[in-house]
Design a protein around this ligand. Sequence first.
Ligand code: NCD
Ligand code: ZN
Ligand code: ZN
Ligand code: ZN
Length: 390
Amino acid sequence: EVIEAAGQVLLPGFVDLHTHLREPGREDTETIDSGSAAAALGGYTAVFAMANTDPVADNAVIVDHVWRRGQEVGLVDVHPVGAVTVGLKGEKLAELGTMAASQARVKVFSDDGLCVADPLLMRRALEYSTALDVVIAQHAEEPRLTVGAQAHEGERAARLGYTGWPAAAEESIVARDCLLALHANARLHVCHVSTSGTADVLRWAKDRGTKVSAEVTPHHLLLTDERLATYDPVNKVNPPLRTESDAERLRTALAEGVIDCVATDHAPHAVQDKDTEWSAARPGMLGLQTALSIVAETMVRTGLLDWRGVARVMSERPAEIGNLADQGRPIAAGEPANLTLVDPDAEWTVRGAELASIAANTPYEGMRLPGVVTATLLRGRVTARDGKIC
Ligand code: NCD
Ligand code: ZN
Ligand code: ZN
Ligand code: ZN
């Protein structure tokens, strides 16, 4: 098969370090099947499936199921993220070693969904991870500072009567874990950075030699708490949408490498969990099929990144952080390639109902966006072409 690619950009297949596929537990909103299709259509050849499933992915049985199911579907490599802790209150360290040695070969462990508030537990997790050469991806929120929080702490939240989520809740826990990671000589990955102050903390930690990496979501690059004006729960997300000056700083931090990569935090939710009053709505939004376009809009159109830079933040860095040797890099002659072809000049209009996810909670409904993924190849095989799964 010949793919006509004149005028298009060829990139290493995208790698998403932060995807919520709802299998097991909430297959009414996403499955490994539907989520893999969304990923392939979005240009991804590997995703890391977050551990906050039901039951939680805190043991080898569940992570092996996720990995095997992803391979059966065959559209994208689904790397399960293991939970750092076990137990309803997350009071005990999970068997990281067992999951790392399982068929799924878990490379990233996260507290997404259940924050590690106890510093001694986090220290133990980081020390354990050093011995295993895996990454602890921390979800960057101090739960004792976010009780009841519904929106970014500021004028808008106050005016609407929502309990605020202060920037300090993120910045203080990131600072704590950067110091603990340096102490343990561990690799720490900070999920969904949302504030300007977190960029300051990251730069400070990196300057001191901390092995810390960080991601920013497409929605935190583009959207701000101005979105609260409409009361639409589609905009409710953890961490919350921040101010325009935060978003601006996140874009420059990504361009400068203070923030290493883009991750979607793709979070499918059922209509009944979103189409309700703001305080009752679940946080999170879809991201896999819109990520490239939001990066094109916020980073390429603005001149902050060229397409070489897009390859760095969407493919190379996430593959390095996630320990994927076969992703995010140039291919030797004859080697099966993981590739994404993008038409940089084409535009498309987002329709939630047309996305491959079972859920439809996109904050970009009706928006016209630049950058169309025209083909995705996983190990030399076309998985998506012109908006259709192959
Ligand atoms: C995530 C989800 O829906 O699983 N939601 C979100 O707003 N990011 C959970 C989480 O990361 O808090
Ligand atoms: Zn949390
Ligand atoms: Zn999170
Ligand atoms: Zn998440």
